[in-house]
Write a protein that binds this ligand. Structure first.
Ligand code: ADP
Ligand code: MG
Length: 689
């Protein structure tokens, strides 16, 4: 196709994501205009564009209230109705054309909204053409396509018509699948959508509930499912070290757990250990709301690796979280003789070299750190398991680095790939995990450890700060601890950082007698660790912090969370921050301080967080407020985004597409490949990340 197109047109099409005939066929209309029937001027409904016919009487340029071309026309039948057309942007040639039409008494067809005006019915900037008496009307609704600057609707329509004539439109779906889900044929569907026949159900076309739209959305969802399942299978085809679920370390640890696992934890552990024992790489996402106890499950997985003589790496998105893991894993695993290496930014050169050497030599069983674990100098002797905590915080680049590092080892020529356990406390709504995360297995911890008290959430205007301070004093007097989070969103900005420093200074003065600490991302790793340790040990009562404590931080004695300028935070962030309290047996509270007046979106967010404590519900509403693009963050660049299907509306179709994908891969692999080719040709590179 490119050969025949002027290069400029090809470039513009590429901007729309259209690179082939097949892409053009799938470049579907945004909406339609109905030029298949004429509406008498007096019957034109308000607010809805229609096609009317009128005879031109005269045309002139007037200057009141501003320069415009005014065309006076009249309906052709009886009784005569007058119609005024106004154009504010026009060429001199248009004036002449209308004047000629008036001289010849020509009929005009105008498409647009008819409104009552000073001199009867008016239309502003209608699309016009002259017509001979009795000239036939358009046979189909007129499609309106998504387009880009310099590419007109007429050109697009012509190109699409051409593509419909030339591109192969054979059905990629096996007959059985079409029948089972009562889907219309592909060729018929695209033809109908590009060129709906007169009398087609306009409403259903506009709302995308028409059977033709259903077929297209099904196809799109199916392509996504297939590509994710294919990626999944490709990974399953690789080799990983089987890690026994019944080694001595694991047994000893399970015999003296610091607490009894919840049923959900035990189930997740079972699923993970089952996968780890297999000779192909696990790709599992462990999901559980904040505080549901994912860390110990990860530690258990690491023990399975150590038992089998393989290394485990635990990667956390922040130094603070890595440090906390280091402390917990040390407490839990070191007594069993497991050796832990902790890599962090502020290690002295010698200490770093020693840690790296222990990892390279295979002496360290577990390595803990930030993404630095998978960069540069570190090379693992026998990496068998990679744990990624708070995986949604890592970007594609970091995931790629991990994969590269992970793939580096060969034994006897065959590549050994480590198992991967990803953890996330940002609950992924069901439809998302069924679509964009369909290449992963998912374990769910849907239960909190016993004895947790619900967190009380309060919305408090910043004007009532003094009350909040009294509340902090009271809580600390009872031996509780509190966080005060400042809205530093981008810490590289000096100005923002000062907010945290200033708040710290102010609160230290206002709350004299309390032990106030400060934690932010620019502190040296040792100082961060010291502040965290002091808070965890109760030596700090009030911790003033930036969002560095957003994920993972676990201090059960802290029962009060104050979030300043809560209106500036996103929903996921607020839910995560709130999850820092309510971890002990004590009743906890989260105070959201906001500065009035609130913008509408901020008000909507605060309402959600106030009304819902369940992370899944928060996430679902977040998805509704923001759409999947934002929600997926970095992952979206790795997964084919949906153009036509809407996860909020098309959940039923998604279920069907998922079942159909499994069936096709099993029974009609060629049909599955053809289908992916039609929908995703050339768009899959990123999927491999
Ligand atoms: P998250 O899932 O947010 O990572 P953590 O693993 O940090 O949660 O666990 C939260 C807190 O609950 C920790 O203090 C942890 O020791 C504790 N915990 C985890 N599982 C249990 C359990 N089954 N019983 C009691 N406390 C638990
Ligand atoms: Mg955690």
């Amino acid at each position: 196709m490119k050969r025949e197109l002027p290069p400029a047109t090809a470039t513009k099409l590429a901007r729309l994501g259209v690179r082939s005939l097949a892409d053009l066929v799938l470049h579907l209309p945004l909406r339609y205009e109905d030029e298949t029937r004429l509406t008498p001027i007096e019957d034109a409904p308000a607010g809805q564009p229609v096609l009317v016919e009128a005879r031109v009487r005269r045309a002139e340029v007037t200057y009141r209230p501003k320069r415009q071309l005014v065309v006076h026309a009249e309906s052709p039948g009886e009784p005569r109705r007058s119609l005024v057309l106004r154009f504010f942007n026009f060429y001199g040639s248009q004036l002449k054309a209308f004047q000629r039409a008036a001289d010849d008494g020509l009929l005009l067809r105008a498409f647009g909204e008819v409104r009552p005006g000073w001199f009867g019915a008016e239309m502003v900037h209608p699309r016009c053409s002259t017509a001979a008496e009795g000239e036939p009307l358009a046979a189909a609704l007129t499609p309106v396509y998504p387009t880009t600057a310099g590419l007109g609707q007429a050109t697009l329509r012509r190109l699409v018509q051409q593509a419909l004539a030339e591109a192969p439109l054979e059905d990629t779906l096996a007959e059985e699948v079409r029948r089972r889900y009562r889907l219309s044929a592909f060729a018929e569907s695209v033809q109908l959508l590009h060129q709906p026949p007169p009398g087609a159900d306009t409403q259903a076309l506009v709302q995308r509930s028409h059977p033709a739209w259903q077929r297209i959305k099904f196809d799109e969802l199916l392509a996504q499912q297939l590509s994710m399942r294919l990626a999944y299978r490709a990974r399953r085809a690789r080799r990983a070290p089987p890690l026994s679920a019944n080694g001595p370390l694991l047994r000893r640890f399970l015999g003296k757990l610091p607490f009894r696992l919840t049923r959900a934890q035990a189930r997740a552990m079972g699923e993970i250990l089952h996968d780890l024992a297999a000779p192909h790489p696990m790709q599992r996402l462990l999901q559980g709301d904040v505080g549901s106890g994912k860390t110990i499950v990860a530690a258990i997985a690491c023990l399975a690796a150590a038992d089998a003589g393989w290394q485990a790496a635990v990667m956390a998105p922040t130094e603070i979280l890595a440090e906390q893991h280091q402390r917990k894993f040390g407490e839990w695993l070191a007594p069993l003789g497991v050796r832990i290496a902790w890599l962090h930014g502020d290690l002295s050169r010698a200490a770093k070299r020693a840690a790296c050497a222990a990892i390279t030599a295979g002496e360290a069983n577990v390595a803990i750190g930030t993404h630095a674990l998978f960069q540069g100098a570190v090379s693992f002797a026998r990496l068998g398991l990679a744990v990624v905590d708070e995986q949604h915080r890592f970007g594609v680049q970091q995931r790629l680095a991990l994969r590269k590092k992970a793939a580096a080892r060969r034994t006897g020529g065959a590549r050994i790939v480590p198992h991967q356990l990803m953890m996330s406390a940002t609950p992924i709504p069901r439809t998302l995990s069924m679509s964009y995360y369909a290449d992963l297995d998912v374990s769910l911890i849907d239960e909190l450890p016993p004895g947790r008290q619900p967190i009380k959430t309060r919305l408090v205007s910043a004007a009532r700060r003094a009350e909040v301070l009294r509340r902090i004093r009271a809580a600390c007097a009872e031996g509780q601890q509190a966080y005060w989070v400042c809205p530093v969103i981008e810490e590289s900005q000096q100005g923002d950082l000062r907010t945290a420093l200033a708040t710290y200074a102010a609160l230290s003065a206002e709350l004299s007698g309390l032990r106030v600490g400060l934690l932010h991302g620019r502190l040296a790793a040792e100082d961060k660790a010291a502040a965290m340790a002091d808070f965890a040990g109760g030596r700090i009562q009030l911790l003033v912090a930036t969002t560095v404590i957003e994920v993972g931080v676990d201090v059960p004695n802290a029962s009060l969370m104050v979030i300043e300028h809560a209106e500036r935070f996103g929903l996921a962030q607020l839910h995560q921050l709130r999850g820092r309290v309510g971890r002990g047996g004590r009743e906890s509270a989260c105070i959201l301080l906001y500065a009035a007046p609130l913008s509408e979106p901020a008000r909507a967010r605060l309402k959600v967080i106030y009304e819902h404590s369940d992370g899944f519900e928060v996430a679902r509403r977040d998805l509704l407020l923001r759409g999947p693009g934002e929600y997926l963050g970095e992952r979206q660049s790795g997964a084919p985004l949906l153009r036509f299907a809407d996860l909020a509306q098309d959940e039923a179709l998604l279920e069907q597409a998922r079942a159909a994908a499994e069936w096709l891969l099993e029974h009609r692999p060629q049909s599955a490949r053809d289908h992916v080719e039609r929908w995703l040709a050339g768009r899959q590179e990123l999927l491999r990340a």
